[in-house]
Design a protein around this ligand. Sequence first.
Ligand code: NDP
Length: 392
Amino acid sequence: MSRVLIVGAGGVGQVVAHKCAQVPEVFSEIMLASRTKEKCDRIAAQLPRAIQTAKLDADNVAETVALIKEFKPDLLLNVALPYQDLHLMDACLETGVHYMDTANYEPLDEAKFEYKWQWAYQDRFKEKGLMALMGSGFDPGVTNVFCAYAAKHHFDEIHELDIIDCNAGDHGQAFATNFNPEINIREITQRGRYWERGEWVETDPLSWSMTYDFPEGIGPKKCYLLYHEELESLVLHLKGLKRARFWMTFSDQYLTHLKVLENIGMTRIDEIDYNGQKIAPIQFLKAVLPDPGSLGPLTKGRTCIGCLMKGVKDGKEKTVYVYNICDHEACYKEVGSQAVSYTTGVPAMIGAMMMLTGKWMEAGVKHMEQFDPDPFMDALNRHGLPWKEVVK
Ligand code: NDP
């Protein structure tokens, strides 16, 4: 029986609220707080049981501290934007509450995707006996757990890791992103990076691609090498790793639009002066693009995200592919969101459940692969993200 404060009422917040409400034996009291209270109230009205809602500016530490003191949660589950991570961690430290998120901290004016800012909280969380769980979404999140699972059950050493994220869905729009457009475009337009023989190798943005034949009828799709934040912790924690890469599928239509937007300066994250007002072009772009939440009823098809791992067991070479396939329309039917929000929100709920039931609890700033993967893998099967494996 625990109290959870969910911060952020966007696409992912909607799924997290639904999924936590489905597990009253763990989440006995729920509060959903976000910048726009109406969004929290709209989500609350869809749920099978009553939850509390509140207006909160998560960048204002004093405001979060006051809300925590009023609601007294055991855990703060952060599904606002990466910019809020440090402010929310500060509020948790001040009030003695465990913390969890789904994306690493990013400064507004730099698209960096590094854990260094959150790792700097290690000693403070340890001293207070509090845990901060990093990145409990799908990627990062489930992908880290798939690696831990394979390391525990299939390999003595994993030598090569390819995380492959495929969205084979179609929303019928000329150009739209499936989660927050600003965060999504910042991630895709940065330089690519992968890890090989102990060092990071950089590539030009979206300059490397491969075709991967996805299972269960999804078929071959072009995937592009990106840097993704889970690589940073996985290269530290996976024994014997020689190469780690991350790939994502994009359609030609998506990439053509993105190229044009980039070429004309619309993806810039630095502020420009417009009629005496400072605006970052990417924030203006976000305001004119379709709201990812509005894509829910329009999106058809499936996502397939998995980890392809090569390594050795008892001196023999082995290949293991662990993956989940998720259907956009089935997600919308269950929780009113498409699969990209669903595949993030379900693991966020499960990460919170692991912490609150004591299955994963250790003071400090922690990553998903540092814990026993078995209870998490079991919970994925029970809460809407069943996984499969192919072992060769
Ligand atoms: P949305 O933009 O749909 O939602 C973000 C929510 O946060 C909105 O409700 C927004 O409020 C709220 N918010 C923003 N700033 C503040 C603030 N200062 N104080 C309070 N609330 C605030 O994003 P998503 O739901 O798509 O994504 C949520 C998080 O999930 C992001 O961090 C994203 O990076 C992460 N993510 C992780 C994935 C993974 O697999 N690990 C995959 C996809 C997303 P308002 O409604 O007023 O704008």
